[in-house]
Design a protein around this ligand. Structure first.
Ligand SMILES: Nc1ccn([C@@H]2O[C@H](COP(=O)(O)OP(=O)(O)OP(=O)(O)O)[C@@H](O)[C@H]2O)c(=O)n1
Ligand SMILES: C[C@](O)(CO)[C@H](O)COP(=O)(O)O
Length: 374
């Protein structure tokens, strides 16, 4: 049984990366970056457990990829780490930023070989530029650029993080609590992705797959006379509305399912349960906006969508352009990539009997190609 647990910190908000996609979700071929890193480190060593710390929203999607121990993070890196340490039952713990994507096997082995020789084993890089602090040029030989992974005695780290102070790395907390740290030479390829430009500074990342990911949706709503009729994001001139927990926009619901299907993110009912009062009467454009934000955050772009409205009534021909316009604005794609079709069912079935409307939708996604920027 291994005496070492790996914690990967992935609960940051990626704000300095300044893109719609969070850096954790950039694709390396088909793998999200967080999974690429976990998989890479996992194959280098026999860890007792691998703990991934992330936001609860991310964790629900992360579970699609692999069976790690997932822990919900906190407001700061340190809070996230404290949450994860609760799950650690080994003598030693290796902690790394998920954003250090290209840690080499040789580097990892050098750190692990030092296990037990100090409370904290810390990789660093030397500084080669002149360093000015305020107005004073300081001795650069005394300056170290601290990296991760850092290897700590679990109990020492737990106690160090109980101090009433915020630390930016494990070793600083340990030293401030009276523990010892030992520095070892780090490596350039363990550089942290903070800004988009950092992607050019690390060597091991393959371009994202350019496969098309396709999803479909289908939804039906019955007519009722309780409210306005909304279809494809547009108010329809009708004395009837749709029976629903939300505003009943059956076309947008079908489209949401198509988008979630293409992304592998479940379905509309999982995301917006119809027993949740906060969604009562909600504008479905708002639901679509939330889904689109997630789609982009999780590293996808939307290629095109196609919607077929099966309705004996209302006639939707005159509304199709308006639907395409509003949908393209919400999806942040060209209007030419949004198609809306309508058909009757030749008076057959529940649609033909004018009891309600059914909508089929299709969506195609691709991974965001980060190789083309930066
Ligand atoms: N509340 C937080 C904040 C950060 N981290 C993690 O700590 C590491 C170092 O943080 P950084 O690279 O700065 O990531 P972000 O916090 O996401 O970036 P930013 O500050 O630009 O928002 C990252 O792996 C990040 O996911 C974390 O687990 N929990
Ligand atoms: C731990 C760390 O990676 C060492 O350099 C760094 O301090 C964390 O980055 P952050 O930007 O302060 O979260």
């Amino acid at each position: 049984m291994s005496d070492l647990t790996l914690i990967l910190l992935s609960a940051g908000s990626s704000s300095r990366f300044s893109m719609d996609v969070k850096k954790q979700w950039l694709r390396i071929d088909h793998k999200p970056l967080w999974y690429f890193v976990a998989h890479r480190l996992q194959s280098s060593n026999n860890f007792s457990k691998i703990i991934i710390v992330s936001s609860s929203e991310d964790i629900s999607f992360m579970k699609n990829y692999a069976e790690y121990t997932f822990v919900t993070g906190g407001k700061t890196r340190q809070e996230s780490l404290k949450n994860a340490l609760v799950e650690v039952d080994t003598e030693f713990v290796l902690v790394s930023d998920i954003a250090r994507a290209c840690i080499s096997d040789d580097f990892l082995q050098r750190i692990i070989a030092k296990k037990g020789s100090s409370d904290s084993i810390v990789p660093y890089l030397k500084v080669t530029d002149t360093i000015v602090y305020g107005d004073e040029t300081i001795d650069r030989e005394q300056v170290k650029r601290v990296q991760t992974p850092q290897l700590s005695r679990t109990k020492v780290l737990q106690s160090a993080l109980n101090q009433d102070e915020e630390f930016t790395d494990e070793s600083s907390a340990i030293v401030s609590n009276g523990g010892k740290r030992e520095f070892i030479l780090g490596e350039e390829s363990a550089h942290k992705i903070t800004y988009i430009e950092d992607l050019n500074k690390i060597p091991c990342l393959e371009a994202p797959s350019q496969d098309i990911l396709s999803g479909n949706g289908f939804d039906v709503h019955a007519f009722d006379d309780s409210g306005d009729m909304w279809l494809g994001g547009v108010k329809i001139d009708s004395e009837l509305g749709f029976k629903a927990h939300s505003d009943g926009d059956v076309a947008l619901h079908s489209l949401i399912d198509a988008l979630l299907g293409a992304a592998g993110m479940g379905d509309i009912g999982m995301m917006f349960p119809d027993n949740d009062e906060s969604y009562k009467g909600i504008d479905s454009k708002e639901l679509l906006r939330r889904v689109v934000t997630k789609i982009y955050n999780f590293g996808f772009i939307i290629v095109n969508v196609d919607i077929t409205i099966a309705a004996q009534k209302p006639r939707v021909g005159t509304y199709k352009q308006a639907m395409r316009k509003i949908i393209s604005e919400i999806l942040k794609i060209e209007m030419s990539r949004v198609n809306v079709k309508a058909t009757t069912t030749e008076k057959l079935g529940f649609i033909g009997r004018e009891e309600g409307v059914g909508v089929y939708a299709n969506a195609n996604l691709k991974y965001f190609n980060w190789k083309t920027i930066g």
